[in-house]
Write a protein that binds this ligand. Structure first.
Ligand code: SF4
Ligand code: SF4
Length: 183
């Protein structure tokens, strides 16, 4: 059995002034004051204001001030007859790491469709935009590709994205569902 190699590392000793932190505090205040007076004396050079959301991102920009990979709000896809594609299987709500999808399943009138979501709510304030719900869905019923940012709100209740709102951004899906080919 080989011997364990040990390397001793000596800790650098701090002197009185380093230990007191006073010089570093003064240096930090100097940087802050430099920015402060720079902004006052030459605001055009030193203060940059993004006029969001009126101004688009230069040269890039499906979305204002968002990177290309930004996916935006969820949407629920539709069947050919305009009904929701979701079959309330709960895969998305089960995998959601933020526990922010709440579904109440109900029996569908059509015997070919077992269930549908009577209630489908995403708590947008809890959502971490990971996209796992989209990955988990077995029937392309939920997508995150709208590029739409959540509108500002002041009421907590407005952060809940409900089924009909999610469906209003939806569209037909080309994926197969229930053995038939959708548009
Ligand atoms: S994007 Fe992630 S956190 Fe948001 S609802 Fe889907 S699984 Fe949950
Ligand atoms: S959106 Fe997809 S994964 Fe979520 S409950 Fe509906 S069918 Fe299942």
């Amino acid at each position: 059995m080989g011997q364990v190699q040990v390397k001793e590392v000596s800790r650098p000793k701090r002197g009185f002034w380093e230990q007191s932190y006073v010089p570093e505090i003064i240096r930090g205040l100097g940087v802050t004051l430099g920015h402060f007076f720079g902004a006052i004396t030459n605001p055009k050079e030193n203060i940059f204001t993004r006029e969001y959301p009126e101004v688009e991102r230069d040269g890039e920009g499906r979305i204002k001030y968002y990177p290309h990979r930004y996916r935006g709000l969820h949407r629920l896809m539709l069947r050919e007859d305009g009904q929701v594609r979701c079959v309330a299987c709960m895969c998305c709500s089960t995998i959601c790491p933020a526990d922010c999808i709440h579904i109440t399943a109900a029996e569908h009138d059509d015997p070919d469709i077992e269930k549908y979501p009577e209630v489908f709510v995403i708590d947008h304030l809890r959502c971490i935009v990971c996209g796992l719900c989209v990955e988990a869905c077995p029937c392309d019923a939920i997508r995150m590709d709208t590029g739409v940012h959540c509108e500002p709100f002041t009421d907590r209740a407005d952060s809940f994205l409900v089924r009909d709102k999610l469906m209003s951004r939806g569209d037909l899906s080309a994926a197969q569902q229930g053995g038939s080919q959708s548009a």
